[in-house]
Design a protein around this ligand. Structure first.
Ligand code: AMP
Length: 215
């Protein structure tokens, strides 16, 4: 199963990816997570990426494409993967197609999680993540029992630097201009599946499974 997850920032791609990998032992490859790890580790790649991420802009393709290619070569990707946050523009989508074609592989589906624009802002400004286990919360819709403490592991919660209001606005603009056209791109290839990303997490997951033809 090789899946691309599409959707605006805050649409819940990461949450649905995490639910999918509980069911299927394939890796969730989030380019945002890989880039944040590089920033935290202070690598050359991380240093280059940081300035773009802080502004809510896309990190240059030259940085992201090499990183994804390396990741897809790893052994745990043999049975498939869920790409979360990649591709983000047409150039990345075309390069992914070429990478897969050279391996005689193709995508199983591109799943678009659709959320009305008005809801995205609250989802993003309310988002908090556990530093220790990565569990996600939302202070408006899915608050932890104790402020800033993870229900699962007791870890400290943090707000991503790019989840501040000014940066969010920019990220949504970038999504509309550069990433939304991929819905058409995969539609034309006949592999697009779309689900409404509103309602409870488990309800959405039910729709995701039906769209992907899994149970
Ligand atoms: P995300 O966690 O997917 O929302 O990504 C956070 C930030 O990382 C984005 O706003 C971009 O600056 C950068 N980023 C993540 N994935 C990509 C990608 N595929 N191409 C370019 N930049 C990316």
């Amino acid at each position: 199963m090789r899946i691309v997850l599409l959707g605006a920032p805050g649409a819940g791609k990461g949450t649905q990816a995490k639910k999918l990998i509980e069911k299927y032992p394939i890796p969730q490859i989030s380019t945002g997570d890989l880039l944040r790890a590089a920033v935290a580790a202070g690598t050359a790649l991380g240093k280059e990426a940081k300035s773009y991420m802080d502004k809510g802009e896309l990190v240059p393709d030259s940085v992201v494409l090499g990183m994804v290619e390396e990741r897809l070569k790893q052994d745990d990707c043999k049975e498939g993967y869920i790409l979360d946050g990649f591709p983000r523009n047409t150039k990345q989508a075309e390069t992914l197609d070429k990478m897969l074609a050279s391996l005689n592989m193709s995508l199983s589906a591109a799943l678009s999680v659709d959320v009305p624009f008005e809801d995205l802002m609250k989802r993003l400004t309310g988002r908090r993540t556990c530093k220790a286990c990565g569990q996600m919360y939302n202070v408006y819709f899915n608050a932890p029992k104790k402020d800033n403490v993870c229900d699962k592991c007791g870890g400290e919660l943090f707000q991503r630097g790019d989840d501040k209001e000014e940066t969010i606005k920019k990220r949504l603009d970038v999504y509309n201009a550069q990433t939304a056209p991929l819905i058409d791109y995969y539609g034309k290839k006949g592999i697009l599946k779309a689900v409404a990303g509103t309602g409870g997490i488990d309800d959405i997951f039910g729709k995701v499974c039906s769209a992907l033809g899994i149970n």
